[in-house]
Design a protein. Structure first.
Length: 301
């Protein structure tokens, strides 16, 4: 397919990015859906501001939520959501974990949650930020996304204390119908059609794999929603399946959020919300199950 912005084979310039940005419209509100939910947690948790995104007239305060207590004497576990703003259960799964489960870990772990890393994308249900940059390829020293840079500055003081980091994502049908074609057009390359996996899967770290950790999460999530099978090539989104529902990427090398700490245990969840058998409730519950299983495994180890 030919994407409607740009000239095939030629990477976008400022004009194409501006045209793309002008087509993005607000479809939901960070200030309505997310900020009040964070504010309601202040009586039980520490709510910390870690920056503000300013895009023209739009201003987005950024917040993380932490358990209270003797944080330096406890292992730190990190949960991030909404790095891709359009991936709804990443945001609302993180908020549900805070509301329902996080306090139960307060005597055993310092829990840190950044529930909506990319609020501009959340509002427009998009993968990119307004500069047509993917925040989840920008977690590196010279990354181009301020969303990513703000989170990295916040995490820097605890980077070496984090024992587990789980980054909550979704893989949606629009990955194939919109976001991958847009990416190919932006970069001036041909779009290669792919296959969207039907079900939940995880992305482990190629450089530091922890298969037992990944498998423990898969077992927990399988009680909530179905696990994505391998395709005919034994792959999920072009990567070999190393165990049921698990593939591997070099997280830090690709500038992915799950690679921003030195945590031994790290993973990226991928919920599939477009399944005819998956509801928003089920998707949020799958994220919470993944977070709890990840923390439980890390603490037991």
């Amino acid at each position: 397919m030919t994407y409607p912005i740009g000239t095939p084979g030629i990477p976008w310039g400022d004009a194409e990015r501006a045209r793309w940005r002008a087509q993005q419209t607000v479809q939901r509100r960070y200030a309505i859906d997310v900020l009040p939910a964070i504010e309601a947690l202040r009586d039980r948790f520490e709510v910390r501001s870690y920056g503000e995104l300013v895009y023209g007239a739009d201003r987005y305060p950024l917040f993380a939520v932490e358990t209270r207590g003797p944080t330096e004497s406890l292992p730190t576990v990190l949960v991030t959501g909404g790095v891709h703003g359009y991936e709804t259960s990443g945001v609302h799964g993180a908020l549900r974990f805070l509301e329902e489960r996080a306090a139960s870990y307060a005597d055993r772990a310092h829990v840190v949650v950044a529930p909506c890393v990319s609020p501009w994308g959340y509002e427009r249900i998009h993968r990119w930020n307004p500069d047509a940059v993917d925040p989840n390829r920008s977690f590196e020293a010279d990354g181009a996304a301020e969303e990513s840079a703000a989170l990295m500055r916040f995490v820097a003081p605890i980077r070496d204390r984090v024992v587990m980091h789980i980054d909550l994502h979704e893989t949606t049908d629009t990955d194939e119908t919109e976001f991958r074609p847009a990416l190919a057009a932006r970069d001036g390359v041909a779009h290669e059609p792919g296959e969207i996996p039907d079900g939940f899967y995880l992305v482990d770290d190629t450089e530091h794999p922890e298969p037992a950790f990944q498998d423990a999460i898969i077992r927990a999530v399988a009680e909530v929603t179905h696990i994505a099978p391998a395709d005919a090539n034994g792959e999920i989104i072009g990567s070999p399946v190393v165990s049921p529902g698990v593939i591997r990427y070099p997280l830090a090398k690709l500038g992915l959020c799950a690679g921003i700490t030195n945590a031994r245990f790290r993973t990226t969840t991928e919920v599939y919300p477009d399944s005819p058998t998956a509801t928003p409730e089920q998707c949020n519950a799958a994220q919470v199950a993944a977070v709890c299983a990840a923390i439980d495994f890390a603490l037991a180890s």
